[in-house]
Ligand binder design. Sequence first.
Ligand code: PGA
Length: 252
Amino acid sequence: MASQRKFVVGGNWKMNGNKSSIDGIISFLNGGQLDENTEVIVAPPAAYLDYVRSNVNASVAVAAQNCYKVASGAFTGEISASMIKDIGADWVILGHSERRHVFGETDELIGEKVKFALSQGLKVIACIGEKLEEREAGQTNDVVFRQTKAIADNIGAEDWSRVVIAYEPVWAIGTGKTATPDQAQAVHKDLRDWITQNVSADIAQNVRIQYGGSVNAKNCVELAAKPDIDGFLVGGASLKPDFVTIVNARKA
Ligand code: PGA
């Protein structure tokens, strides 16, 4: 049941911030009363990963927003899993819808990135989610199952404990249009059933599935009450003190 899975809330800062605004975020994170039963992860832009890791409390984990599928080399503009580890961060977000739809990342590439990041000892937030036209065409499950399969095929049984799935319907990201708690719960439940059938019942029971897409301080409590919603991946609201309220959604 949901209660056995530790609630996990990530803040995806995307391409936002500077040292001064990041100092503000660090101060509300370090000064806020964050629920000890919630795992908290923040994902600053790559340029600030080291700064954030050095300044935010140790209880807050740090994630990169992306990394490449090989160890090092002539890949201008990319960062590697070992660099993320080297500065003391533990997590990486992979397959975010902006990586898929703005930068053209394919299911195949995302699968390769997940596999390599896990092999290097990182923990992974792997993102999936349908576009509006796919939902309207009744293809939501087809899309999220296809995306999940491309990820799951690259995760060894022993590595699933280092993976969180983030279900983020593309039409809800940055739009102020949240999936209703029932809409989100339905997809999370279907996903967990898919994992039961295609990976294992044990992994399905234990893997955490975050919801993402316009989560805010007002809608988080109702979403957090759903049995298959094990946390959030938060964009816009993660830049504001509201993020502390969202982290504490299960406590409210
Ligand atoms: P949003 O972004 O909360 O601003 O909708 C969520 C995300 O992209 O992870």
